[in-house]
Each structure stands twice: as structure tokens, then as C-alpha cells.
Design a binder for this molecule. Structure first.
Ligand SMILES: NC(=O)c1ccc[n+]([C@@H]2O[C@H](COP(=O)([O-])OP(=O)(O)OC[C@H]3O[C@@H](n4cnc5c(N)ncnc54)[C@H](OP(=O)(O)O)[C@@H]3O)[C@@H](O)[C@H]2O)c1
Length: 307
């Protein structure tokens, strides 16, 4: 199995889509500085996170530290949703300016869109790669059926959920990415924080829209939650660490950690030292599979996004 790399997800730096509202800027700065101190060098953001504000915060801070941490030591990834091929370059240029960098390590298409012909968009991205403005191409939230249509393209990264809350199609995706040497990047390892010991009942933000709060899924989500609570007690570790450790074991190449403050980030990094017994991991696998079975047939992503 590949060695897992832990990276920092920077969505929290730019609250958006009804998630992470009231995020405090000084907390975001402490998260980022703590991540750098903990030797995290891979950062994931998106143009849509806070309408560019996540990219901006990340870029300015990385520039501040550029005397001690050179650009070559960093891995900076962002995501765009270009509406046409010419806009790929324009969107990238805006992201590069906000991120204070001459190039990106990965440029992702954030979401597929059935309104767009993706081939010219990918062609435009390949051109940017040839020009050295991006080092690699990534796709995000592409289901396997769609991803496999672009096997002729040099896709190096795929971003997909990696959590007990969403295991639908996870194993075929892992197999495909291994075969094609695509690095699999897992996001929302705490199920957008729904596996953190705070939210067995509906939280007061966009998380309420997730399928786990649907009538057909909620009891199964609570069953999973109860297992996590038990394991948290057994291992004397916070519930978030148990959920994260499970995610760390799934065979992804990179896992994106999301944190609203420094304490959360440090707690999450602490998950690495847990050793889950085989039967406990199996109990979590089983509960996640039961939950996945409640996902509506036509839903192919955690957010219920219609693309
Ligand atoms: N490609 C995509 O479409 C996509 C989608 C989602 C995420 N991502 C990327 O993946 C990154 C990680 O995803 P995510 O932010 O959803 O990760 P996550 O780990 O599932 O959720 C993070 C949230 O969980 C809570 N939390 C984190 N650590 C905790 C702890 N130790 N104890 C208690 N609560 C804790 C916090 O929210 P509360 O304190 O408010 O509960 C935090 O904002 C994002 O930042 C983003 O870069 C990409």
C-alpha cells in the first residue's frame, strides 16, 4: 500500500455554500501556521472557497514564509469551474495571482458539468501544463463512469470523499486509480465534521442538507455514530480521531484534513498513532456499508450535487 500523505484542506479559510460560517480569520491563520510547523506541505484550496478568499489567505501566508519554505517544497492545488475553454486560462491566472505563485502543482476541475463539453476544457488544461503554468491535471467529484471516459488525458489526481459517511463506489475507484497511476486524494474524512462527537443531531448549517439526515438514512447514521462513540471510549481517544484513523486506512494516497482551529488540527494529526483492532475496523466497515446502502440510487456524490 502507498504511504499516506496528510495535507491541509483550506475550505475553512473561505467559508462558502453555507459551510464554516463565522469562521474567525485568526483561527485560520493559526491552523495554517500549525500545519507548516507540523511539516504539512500540501495545501488544497479552490477558487470558489470564499470567492477567492481561501486562496488569498493561503497565498499571502505562504509568501510570508518563503524565506524558510521555498516554493519547490510546497504542493499547492486549487480547483476551478471554467465555463468555457478560454476561461480556463483566465481562471488559472486569477488563482495564481491570489496564491502568489507562478505555477500550481495541481489544477482540478472542481465538479463535472453536463452543460459543458469537457474535452476542450481538458485540452486547454493540457496546454497550460505544457507551458509550465500547472504541473499536473486533476479531476474532482468525477464518478468512475465519467472519469474512465478521459483515460486518454494525463490526469494525475482525483479528489473524492474518504469517510465513513460516503463509501459508495469507493473501492472500484481506488482500484481504477491504482491501475491508472492516478493519485487518489480523499476529502472530508470527518464527513464534514458529522463524525466528530458534536453532531448526532442536525447541525445549524448546510450539513443539514446531507443525505444522512433523510428519514431513510438517519437511523443508520445514528448506529454508525454509536459505534464510533463506543470505540472512542474503548481507545480513550476523541471520536474524531477514530473516524480519521479509519479514513487513513482506506488506501488513498493523500488525505485532506479540515480544521476550524489549531486544536482541531493537532487532534486530527494525533489520529496517526491509533492502532485500530481488526474487528473494530471491520465493525466500522460494516456500519459504513449499511449507511451507503441508504444513499438514494441516483445520488453519485456526498453533496447531492446535480451536474
Ligand atoms: N473536492 C471537493 O468537492 C471537496 C469537498 C469537500 C472538501 N474538500 C477539501 O477537503 C478538505 C477537508 O474536507 P472537510 O473540511 O470537509 O473535512 P472534515 O474533516 O470532514 O470536516 C472538517 C470539519 O470537521 C470539524 N472538525 C475538524 N476536526 C475536528 C476535531 N478534531 N474535533 C471536532 N470537530 C472537528 C470542523 O467543523 P465544526 O467544528 O464546524 O464541526 C471542521 O470544519 C476541505 O478543507 C477542502 O480542501 C474538497
Amino acid at each position: 500500500m502507498n504511504r499516506l500523505e496528510l495535507a491541509l484542506g483550506c475550505w475553512q479559510f473561505g467559508p462558502s455554500f453555507g459551510f464554516w460560517e463565522n469562521q474567525i480569520r485568526s483561527d485560520s491563520l493559526r491552523v495554517l501556521h500549525a500545519a507548516l510547523r507540523e511539516n504539512i506541505r500540501h495545501f488544497d484550496t479552490a477558487a470558489s472557497y470564499g470567492n477567492g478568499s481561501s486562496e488569498q489567505l493561503l497565498g499571502h501566508q505562504l509568501k510570508r514564509f518563503s524565506n524558510t519554505i521555498g516554493r519547490e517544497q510546497l504542493h499547492i492545488a486549487t480547483k476551478i469551474m471554467p465555463k468555457s475553454p478560454p476561461l480556463v486560462r483566465k481562471d488559472l491566472q486569477k488563482s495564481l495571482a491570489r496564491l502568489c505563485t507562478p505555477y500550481l502543482d495541481v489544477l482540478y476541475i472542481h465538479w463535472p458539468s453536463s452543460d459543458l463539453d469537457l474535452i476542450p476544457i481538458l485540452d486547454a488544461m493540457v496546454k497550460l501544463k505544457e507551458e509550465g503554468l500547472i504541473r499536473s491535471l486533476g479531476l474532482s467529484n468525477f464518478p468512475l463512469s465519467l472519469l474512465s471516459r478521459f483515460s486518454e488525458y494525463p490526469i494525475s489526481y482525483l479528489q473524492s470523499p474518504c469517510s465513513l459517511l460516503w463509501t459508495k463506489d469507493m473501492h472500484p475507484l481506488i482500484t481504477y486509480c491504482r491501475e491508472k497511476a492516478i493519485k487518489l486524494v480523499g476529502y472530508s474524512p470527518l464527513g464534514l465534521g458529522l463524525l466528530n462527537g458534536k453532531h448526532p443531531n442536525a447541525p445549524c448549517d448546510s450539513r443539514t442538507t446531507l443525505y444522512v439526515f433523510d428519514e431513510g438514512a438517519y437511523p443508520t447514521y445514528k448506529d454508525l455514530y454509536a459505534i464510533l462513540e463506543k470505540l472512542s471510549e474503548k481507545y480513550q481517544r476523541p471520536m474524531a480521531q477514530i473516524a480519521l484513523k479509519w479514513a487513513m486506512q482506506q488506501g488513498f494516497d493523500i488525505l485532506l484534513l479540515g480544521a476550524r482551529n489549531k486544536a482541531q488540527l493537532l487532534e486530527n494529526l494525533g489520529a496517526q498513532s491509533i492502532v485500530l483492532a481488526e474487528d473494530d475496523s471491520a465493525a466500522l466497515d460494516g456500519a459504513a456499508a449499511l449507511l451507503a446502502a441508504t444513499i438514494p440510487q441516483d445520488q453519485d456524490n456526498l453533496f447531492g450535487h446535480r451536474w
